[in-house]
Ligand binder design. Structure first.
Ligand SMILES: [Zn+2]
Length: 164
């Protein structure tokens, strides 16, 4: 399985990560599914009332949901909510226990949710991607790391960045 990130989406996550460094930031990823692959061409930022900590991040949920509605109507539903992204300043691109709990929460809204983590510092970020899956009656979502590829989105593709 491969997580494809449009280069504009990847560079916007890196730009935001560098602006907020050494504090965490993050947001939502939008796009579509191709089997188990995910193609992310849309990004929503943290929002004006997000809380950015050294080891925590809480998005401005109301602002993000309003942007999500804007994007759904502007793209006639071409872009679905895929999952979330956030940074680990001076950290490593691995899922923390809190990230696993967050992924389990997202799984209640979207099947096989995506979580993208950028680890590093200003101008140098490593990107890792995970998909959460739930088996049977178990409440816990297991996260599997997937290959991440940044690609040059063709002209005319629905690339959209909503940061402020
Ligand atoms: Zn994290």
């Amino acid at each position: 399985m491969t997580i494809w990130l449009a280069d504009d989406v990847a560079s916007e996550m890196e730009r935001l990560g560098s602006i907020y460094y050494p504090l965490e930031t993050g947001g939502m990823l939008l796009g579509w599914r191709d089997g188990r692959d995910r193609i992310a061409t849309g990004l929503i930022g943290p929002g004006p009332h997000a809380l950015h900590g050294r080891y925590t991040f809480a998005p401005d949920g109301g602002w993000q949901r309003a942007r999500l509605r804007d994007i759904f109507s502007a793209t006639a539903g071409d872009l679905d909510y895929l999952g979330d992204w956030h940074t680990h300043p001076d950290g490593v691109a691995v899922m923390s226990e809190l990230d696993r709990r967050t992924l389990s929460k997202i799984e209640r809204r979207v099947r096989v949710p995506l979580m993208v983590i950028l680890a590093g510092a200003e101008n140098k970020w490593d990107i890792g991607s995970w998909l959460g899956s739930k088996s049977g009656y178990l409440t816990r979502v297991s996260a599997s790391e997937e290959e991440t590829k940044v690609f040059d989105a063709p002209t005319g593709w629905p690339v959209t960045l909503h940061v402020d």
